[in-house]
Design a protein around this ligand. Structure first.
Ligand SMILES: [Zn+2]
Ligand SMILES: [Zn+2]
Length: 388
């Protein structure tokens, strides 16, 4: 039990969370949520406010003494879906819901800011609280915050994500390396030349071109990436043709590509593009390729992860802190590693037995609000230990 535990504004935090939950806003449209956050931060009395973009808010708390700077991040956007949970503070907005828990992240970070603002005199250094917009929509809000330059001076960044199906209030950290994968992919139209099925010499068969591409793609992981390092290419869609006796004029495919290392990511993209280009040329087909890069992998820094795990153990007890496996989800928190070492943390929101068995992005997503107290304790202690 730390002396500052009683400074955690538990009831207020829950009311903030419920207010945000009832009034969800989509990515890049978090105007009211950002205004709400700004008003709360202002009310704490000693937090400077900066607006890196229209719908994001940065709070800056300068400690009494000089020292390092740490960034804590919460995302604020909701998803375009209908909520189906039975909570009394259900979304009031048709077709928009906080089913990823970003309402929880926002309320927790406000509570953390409030506690730390009261501990200002004992802080050696600066805390930056970033309330980020648009995590759910590519290219993601984090890049525009980085590009705005307002967090260039940070020495570490920590972000928490609530996850159902994990013990309420438990903390899970991937101690070093990839915590999530990069999720890229492509959409490819192959233009051949249609012909009668009995006269292939008059056509360019896009089915042959497409299947050759799919076969060649199987060699990208098996021959060009390091054995044992996670990398996946899945062509999940292939469409061409309507009848047995017609060579169609076009084919379409789309694929999903996962990697956990920036270098491999580059290499795979280059090789996939070469295979598509060369194969189409070989058969005289043309193509239109839309290769999409989504979020990079979150790669946890060993030192920052140790700091977070030790801090969590200090306030929650040994048994509540666990090593997390790599998850295949993706997160734009990964971008912050362009400027500083990062640690992405999972916070358990309760199990199926607690009524919290539905995953993030499920219409019945739900968590136990008590878990938020663990999140705040972990955030506050991490800052106190980092700025010692
Ligand atoms: Zn999400
Ligand atoms: Zn999320």
């Amino acid at each position: 039990m730390k002396e500052w535990f009683n400074k955690i504004p538990v009831e207020e935090m829950i009311s903030w969370r419920r207010h945000i939950h009832e009034n969800p806003e989509l990515s890049y449209k978090e105007y009211n949520t950002a205004a709400f956050v700004e008003e709360k931060l202002r009310s704490f009395g000693n937090i400077e406010i900066v607006k890196p973009t229209e719908t994001s808010v940065l709070g800056i708390l300068r400690g009494a003494k000089e020292g390092k700077t740490i960034l804590l991040r919460a995302d604020m956007d909701a998803l375009p879906m209908q909520e189906e949970s039975d909570v009394p503070f259900k979304s009031k907005v048709e077709g928009v819901a906080h089913t990823c828990g970003h309402d929880i992240h926002t309320a927790m970070l406000l509570a953390t800011a409030k506690v730390l603002s009261e501990l200002k005199d004992s802080l050696h250094g600066t805390v930056k609280f970033i309330f980020q917009h648009a995590e759910e929509l590519n290219p993601g809000g984090s890049q525009s915050i980085i590009d705005s330059g307002v967090i260039n001076d940070i020495d570490a960044a920590v972000g928490l994500h609530i996850i159902p199906n994990l013990e309420c209030g438990s903390i899970h950290v991937r101690p070093v390396g990839a915590a999530t994968t990069a999720a890229d992919g492509f959409f490819l139209n192959i233009q051949g030349k249609g012909s009668h099925g009995s006269m292939p010499q008059n056509g360019i068969d896009p089915i042959i071109v497409g299947t050759q591409i799919i076969n060649q793609l199987q060699t990208v992981i098996s021959r060009y990436t390091t054995p044992g390092e996670l990398a996946v290419i899945t062509v999940g869609e292939f469409k061409a043709g309507d009848a047995p006796n017609i060579i169609p004029d076009k084919a379409y495919m789309s694929a999903s590509i996962r990697t956990i290392n920036d270098e491999t990511r580059e290499k795979v993209e280059k090789r996939v593009k070469e295979i598509i280009d060369n194969t189409c040329k070989t058969y005289g087909a043309t193509y239109d390729l839309d290769y999409q890069r989504a979020y990079a992998a979150v790669i946890n820094d060993k030192t920052v992860s140790e700091l977070v795990m030790d801090s969590a153990r200090e306030v929650l007890g040994e048994s509540m802190v666990k090593e997390a496996p790599l998850t295949s989800a993706s997160e734009d928190f990964s971008n912050y590693r362009q400027i500083a070492p990062i640690c992405f943390v999972q916070l358990g929101g309760g199990t199926a037995a607690d009524g919290c068995g539905f995953a993030n992005h499920h219409p019945k997503f739900n968590i136990k609000e008590e878990s938020m107290i663990s999140g705040v304790k972990t955030e506050v202690q991490t800052v106190l230990n980092f700025l010692k």
